[in-house]
Design a protein around this ligand. Structure first.
Ligand code: ADP
Ligand code: ASP
Ligand code: MG
Length: 404
């Protein structure tokens, strides 16, 4: 007998027929003698729809209330699954984030889990009740509803698995596992049997939305075995493993692309100590995280600074940057909302030379101009025009020998 956490994503609970299929699958696992905590997302499209409703009223909805609103998507699915399981004759109970005592900080729409008190979940499990937890949501120290950022149910699931001491956390989604590239963009992508935590962290951070990055952080920190698999078949999927359990060991494990990026450039900034710190402190102040940064020196003690931010934060960022730019005596601020990044990631990059050159050459052969470059020990990322993102992803997938 094991203690299993199963998370079902939006497509897997996308309509009432699918919710009943999930109920059947959960029931089958329970019948094998396992204890079960099930974490759910909202039905696919519901979170977007809720956000759009608020946007009809205003461009800048109150951020606390927005969390109250979007958290309702998961409230629907947990109740429906509990109803379906009870209808099949099983003991089940839904818990919202606050009832499962998933405690977070107060960063609206991007809250971080601080602690989880597993007592109520464990008491239900001891009574052989299937526990169904609303993903994506938590509660802050003042009792406010918070949400964990898009894709946050993955993080809820892995954090709950760590808190209750589960033997495995199964992430059920609409693809068979983690692939060498998004299988919806690259038809020749291959499923990976294993992916290391570090590679998965980089891939998740650079566009592979199959797992939210924070779920991988939890898996690594608390040693939670994570199995990404499909809710539409029985096949085994991908295990997220530590580096010494890795079987693949390829130079490049995956190619990812993130489309929703934007770029901001401040030109002719006086080249003095403190200028960059003023600029990026102001951006951090409004809670925007900057990804790539480049600074070019011009003649005459002037410099240009360019950086990228998530497109959703572009307008807020531009407003703040314009204010700082005039305060520090920069000439102008320009921006571009149609930026994407393509990245290649793999542990083998540490010991192989020529990987970057091959990436740049492949992009050049495809007529793709590189705007910015950033690297880590195991990843290279290029910012490019968004219209080339899919083509560049496929070309890099072929160039690094990943095609099936
Ligand atoms: P869920 O609703 O189950 O959480 P998501 O839509 O958040 O599912 O994540 C699954 C999607 O992630 C897939 O449909 C796929 O298009 C996308 N994806 C992007 N990169 C990858 C990758 N490398 N491997 C698998 N899926 C990927
Ligand atoms: N429903 C939330 C979202 O769409 C959380 C999730 O699906 O993981 O982002
Ligand atoms: Mg998801």
């Amino acid at each position: 007998m094991s203690l299993i956490v199963q998370k079902y994503g939006g497509t897997s609970v996308g309509d009432l027929v699918r919710i009943q299929k999930v109920a059947r699958r959960v029931a089958d696992t329970y019948d094998k003698g396992h204890d079960l905590v099930v974490v759910l997302s909202a039905m696919s499209g519901v979170t977007d729809h809720l956000l759009q409703m608020a946007e009809v009223i205003t461009d800048t909805p109150d951020r606390r209330e927005l969390d109250v609103l979007v958290a309702t998507g998961e409230q629907q699915t947990v109740a429906l699954l509990a109803i379906a399981l009870k209808n099949l004759g099983y003991k089940a109970q839904s818990l919202l984030g606050f009832q499962a005592e998933i405690k977070t900080d107060s960063s609206w729409s991007n809250a971080r889990i601080v602690t989880i008190n597993p007592d109520r979940m464990k008491a239900l499990l001891a009574q052989k009740t299937i526990v169904i937890v609303a993903g994506f949501q938590g509660v802050d120290p003042k009792g406010n509803v918070t949400t964990l950022g898009r894709g946050g149910s993955d993080t809820s699931a892995v954090a709950v698995a760590a808190a209750v001491g589960a033997d495995v956390c199964e992430i059920y989604t609409d693809v068979k596992g983690v692939y060498t590239a998004d299988p919806n963009v690259v038809p020749k992508a291959r499923m990976l049997k294993t992916v290391t935590h570090d590679v998965m962290l980089e891939m998740a951070d650079h566009g592979a939305k199959v797992l939210q990055i924070r779920s991988v952080e939890f898996a690594k920190k608390f040693n939670v075995p994570v199995h990404v698999r499909s809710s539409f078949c029985e096949e085994e999927g991908t295990m997220i493993v530590s580096e010494n359990q890795d079987m693949e060991r390829t130079v490049v494990a995956g190619v990812t692309s993130s489309k929703k990026e934007a770029r901001v450039t401040i030109t002719k900034v006086p080249d003095q100590p403190g200028v960059a710190s003023k600029l990026f402190a102001a951006v951090a102040e409004i809670g925007v995280s900057v990804d790539m940064i480049i600074q070019n020196t011009r003649s005459g003690n002037l410099t240009d600074i360019t950086f990228t931010v998530p497109r959703a934060d572009y307008k807020r960022t531009l407003e703040v940057v314009k204010k700082v730019a005039s305060a520090i005596g920069a000439e102008s601020v320009a921006g571009d909302e149609n930026i994407a990044t393509v990245s290649i990631t793999g542990v083998g990059m540490r010991t192989n030379r020529g990987v970057a050159a091959k990436m740049f050459e492949t992009l050049a052969e495809n007529g793709v101009n590189i705007m910015m470059i950033s690297t880590s020990e195991i990843r290279i990322t290029c910012a490019i025009e968004e219209k080339f993102a899919d083509q560049a992803t496929r070309a890099l997938h072929t160039a690094f020998g990943l095609d099936e």
